[in-house]
Design a protein around this ligand. Structure first.
Ligand code: UDP
Ligand code: MG
Length: 342
């Protein structure tokens, strides 16, 4: 189309795909990505040196073997064309989706790509939305979010909990882009800004909007997972949500203080009531009220301690400043052993 005629050199794109036990979908994802990149190159929307970077997040299945195969001999897995699209790095351990994403994005930055698009491996994110993301980036937008125009394929439970979570975060004052997951384009400047975030508990959906820069949205319909099952069971989802809250807001700690203040007021009121009753000659019968208040206050104290503890735990993890991930192997053969970005 017209893009190539504008005279500007086409951007070098790096598509970052975190993969955890994705052997069932990976070949299909690769085939579709290869077709997409070829057509984008043909139209001059991206440079031929664009790449797909798979980040193997310590998978226990054949995911890494497949990635190496895609790098060495993509035709064997049915990928058409002979452009060498695929690169991969492999973690020594499962470090979680956010760390895998971060590692891929930082590598894209280090290797001089102009922009990166992060994408789930399971084909739930519509690959065709990349065209519009790139157009917007070309027009000068630094960060382009993929936003789901419908969540029809998610279960009612997932939709409900997601809505509650986004609402709660907004109420805490954290800026999140509703209905966007981790499908987004980031330009070099945004990636460079992101590299300055040193927290161990990464919550990219909160960090990226906080970077600033010009942003835009591209709407797409989120499909079903192509194959395999979700790698986000309820427990992981809950801890991800908790991470989001505690990484971005200390308001819950303030509520603890508030709660303490409230119970002191209640206690004072009860004390006053007792004094008045005594003065009037009544004896206050106390068993049930005592039990209720002891348990209530006990519960409040424990919940409060728990909330504070959550933050203390976080401080503990952050102060250790351990590497977020260790790259054990990479398709480009460069020794990245022990690579870390702390
Ligand atoms: N993923 C990962 N590490 C993990 C869990 C998930 O790299 O520990 C990847 C996974 O392979 C997929 C993406 O993160 O590419 C999103 O995971 P999934 O599709 O299972 O999440 P859902 O769509 O169910 O929320
Ligand atoms: Mg998915």
């Amino acid at each position: 189309m017209a893009e190539a005629a504008m005279g500007e050199p086409a951007v070098r794109l790096c598509v970052v795909v975190p993969c955890y036990n994705e052997e069932e979908v990976l070949p299909e994802t690769a085939r579709r990505l290869a077709a997409k990149l070829s057509s984008l190159v043909e139209r001059g929307a991206i440079a031929p040196s664009s790449r797909v970077l798979f980040v193997n997040d310590g998978s226990r299945d054949a995911t890494w073997a497949l990635i190496k195969e895609l790098h060495a001999d993509p035709a064997r897995l049915g990928v058409e064309g002979d452009a060498p699209w695929f690169e991969g790095i492999s973690f020594a351990h499962n470090e979680g989706h956010q760390n895998a994403l971060f590692a891929g994005l930082m590598r894209a930055l280090d290797e001089g790509f102009d922009c990166a698009i992060s994408l789930d491996a399971d084909l739930q994110d519509d690959i065709d939305a990349m065209d519009e993301m790139l157009e917007k980036h070309r027009a000068g937008t630094e960060i382009v979010y993929g936003v789901r125009s419908s969540r029809g394929t998610d279960t009612a439970f997932k939709r409900g909990t997601a809505e509650a979570f986004y609402g709660f975060m907004r109420w805490l004052g954290v800026e999140l882009v509703s209905d966007s997951a981790d499908y987004r384009l980031m330009g070099r400047r945004a990636l460079a800004a992101l590299s300055g975030y040193r927290e161990v508990n990464l919550f990219l959906r909160g960090i990226v909007p906080a970077l600033g820069f010009t942003t835009d949205k591209v709407y797409y319909v989120r499909g079903e997972r192509f194959a395999g099952e979700s790698k986000y069971p309820l427990k992981k989802m809950a801890s991800f949500a908790l991470d989001g809250i505690t990484s971005f807001s200390v308001k819950p700690i303030r509520w603890v203080t508030l709660l303490g203040g409230l119970s002191i007021i209640v206690a004072l009121a009860m004390f006053a009531y007792t004094l008045v009753s005594l003065a009037l000659g009544h004896v206050v019968e106390g068993w049930s009220s005592l039990m209720v208040s002891i348990w209530l206050v006990g519960g409040l104290i424990m919940v409060s301690l728990g909330i504070v503890g959550e933050y203390v735990g976080k401080i503990y993890l952050e102060t250790k400043a351990r590497p977020r991930y260790i790259v054990a192997e990479a398709t480009d053969g460069v020794a990245h052993d022990g690579e870390l970005r702390a």
